[in-house]
Design a protein around this ligand. Structure first.
Ligand code: HEC
Ligand code: HEC
Length: 477
């Protein structure tokens, strides 16, 4: 299993500023396995309280530099393979849609971190480009490490720092493993994880790509045969045959499957899908300084008692030095408000319940997963203009208000019914509202409590999220 490499067990466990600053040792994996546990245990015994690294703290606060730089292991760079080069062309070619107007890139724009290029809650598609979708397109960046969908033990942040205090406290009679920034959960709760789409219904980029090709509100092809015929008539037919065999088009399923494989290879191989060129990456490596606001935002983001964002949006490199993806790739029910502007929501009986349906049907019986959606990466999130699985919010301030006020001031988040009663969790039928996360900070506050974050805190966390955008130019500040 996993062994901590960090000598510090303080909350947050962030190299540099967590809730408490951390001394990080990056050792060769073999050495770390042995030393990590020993060092961790020794540290826990000798410093039961948080032990701020005063020099580090001062360096950070005065300069914004990371006092404990790490080496990040980025994916190796190589020219695109022939298959991926073909995939890139297919990705950008609108002739494979029924309308002739829409390619993958229409909804997943390279200039917008492969997310939507506009602020619409859902995109438009279909044969006549007049159908509205059900969910906003996620960014396609940083999917290269996404495992297939599964339901298994909650691994939490075990790959990085383990907070033994939190683990011990959480083990005291709790059923559900709480999401605590920087900590591994105590009990192996069985949680849905991995997979593609907001509900995890596609397992591979290859299988995923067929979804939009045939989806009637997206590229809207009538059948696999239709897509195969288009490919056979296209200027890529020759390349397809060269790559996958001269008789490829005798088997329509196979032909389309190989084309989708090519698109998947493009998304996997092309550097633009996982650049790791954000200011935060460079800061982790000690190459840039964070501003005061960004640094404060990072601390709050990692603080398990405050924003606790890192409890689900993991912010630390793994022990092997892989850069953090800002998601634990698990599913959670946050209870975001219903989006009344979605055409599908005109029907008051329609509910998008994520893992338990209606767009996937294998887990409809597993009602404990109703209303759970995939935790998206926050890398490049600050470039988006539409947030959450139903696109209900359009800027990060609204998102932050939701996290901050959902429990303490629900009247500011949800609409009221005719009698003036606040309709909390109004996008989930009453019988499934118990699935909503009320355990993890900042959602552990009660009605009328002081919210977890001040306005200043929120501004600073938003400033920090801005450091997660790719394309930071080293040398600029
Ligand atoms: C009309 C807009 C539209 C088009 C065109 C489109 N997509 Fe998407 N894409 C979406 C939406 C919406 C989702 C989320 C759907 C869901 O969760 O049910 C999505 C999800 C995805 C995902 C999963 C991302 C994740 O984080 O889980 C991948 C991968 C993807 N699309 C690739 C493609 C490819 C490849 C094409 C072209 C073959 C394509 N898309 C065409 C709208 C579109
Ligand atoms: C308990 C796990 C958890 C915690 C804690 C958490 N998030 Fe999330 N986050 C999620 C999930 C799950 C979603 C998607 C929910 C949905 O769409 O219904 C999400 C979505 C988001 C989105 C929208 C991204 C997009 O592409 O639409 C943003 C932004 C975000 N979170 C920021 C934060 C910030 C900032 C914090 C800390 C204040 C935080 N999250 C804390 C699980 C969590």
């Amino acid at each position: 299993m996993s062994i901590p490499v960090q000598s510090d067990l303080s909350a947050g466990g962030q190299p540099g500023p967590g809730a408490a600053p951390v001394r990080r040792w990056l050792l060769p994996a073999g050495v770390a396995v042995g030393l990590g546990l020993v060092a961790a245990a020794a540290y826990a015994i000798s410093y039961p309280e948080r032990m701020p690294d005063r020099v580090g703290l001062m360096v950070e606060d005065l300069t914004g530099a990371n006092p404990h730089p790490v080496h990040l292991v980025r994916p190796p760079e190589a020219p695109l393979s022939a298959v991926a080069t073909l995939g890139k062309q297919l990705f950008n070619d609108p002739s494979f849609s029924a309308s002739g107007k829409q390619s993958c890139a229409t909804c997943h724009s390279a200039e917008h971190a492969y997310g939507p290029p506009n602020d619409l809650s859902v995109q438009i598609g279909g044969p006549h480009m007049d159908q509205m979708g059900y969910r906003p397109p996620p960014s396609l960046t940083y999917l290269y490490r996404q495992a297939p969908f599964s339901i298994g033990p909650d691994q939490g942040d075990v790959d990085t720092a383990v907070n033994l205090n939190n683990v011990a406290a959480a083990a005291q009679g709790t059923q559900r493993a709480n999401k605590i920034a920087g900590a591994a959960p105590a009990a192996p709760a069985m949680v849905p994880q991995g997979g593609l789409f907001w509900d995890g219904r596609a397992d591979s980029l290859q299988r995923q790509a067929l979804g939009p090709m045939l989806n009637p509100v997206e590229m809207a092809n009538g059948s696999v045969d239709e897509v195969s015929a288009k490919l056979e008539k296209s200027r890529y037919a020759q390349t397809l045959k060269q790559l996958f065999g001269p008789n490829l088009f005798n088997n329509h399923e196979l032909a389309v499957s190989e084309a989708m494989f090519a698109i998947g290879r493009y998304e996997f191989e092309d550097k633009s899908f996982h650049e790791f060129t954000s200011k935060y990456d460079y800061w982790l490596e000690g190459k840039v300084r964070l501003s005061r606001a960004e640094l404060r935002g990072l601390r709050l983001f990692n603080d398990p008692a405050k924003a606790n964002c890192a409890g689900c949006h993991l912010s630390q490199p793994t022990r092997d030095g892989l850069p953090p993806l800002f998601t634990d790739t698990q599913y959670e029910a946050l209870g975001v408000p219903r989006n009344p502007t979605l055409p599908s929501n005109k029907d008051p009986k329609f509910y998008d319940l994520g893992v338990c349906g209606p767009f996937r049907s294998d887990l409809v019986q597993q009602t404990q997963y109703c209303a759970m959606f995939l935790t998206p990466t926050l890398r490049n999130a600050a470039t988006r203009h539409v947030f959450f699985h139903n696109g209900v919010y359009h800027d990060l301030k609204q998102v932050m208000d939701f996290y901050n006020l959902r429990n303490t001031n629900p009247d500011r988040i949800y609409p009221k019914d005719a009698s003036g009663k606040v309709q909390k969790y109004n996008d989930i039928p009453a019988k499934y509202q118990g699935n909503v996360d009320v355990a993890d900070a900042p959602f552990d506050r009660q009605y009328g409590d002081k919210p977890a974050m001040t306005d200043q805190d929120i501004q600073d966390i938003i400033a920090f999220m801005g450091t997660l955008n790719d394309g930071y130019r080293l040398g600029s500040r």
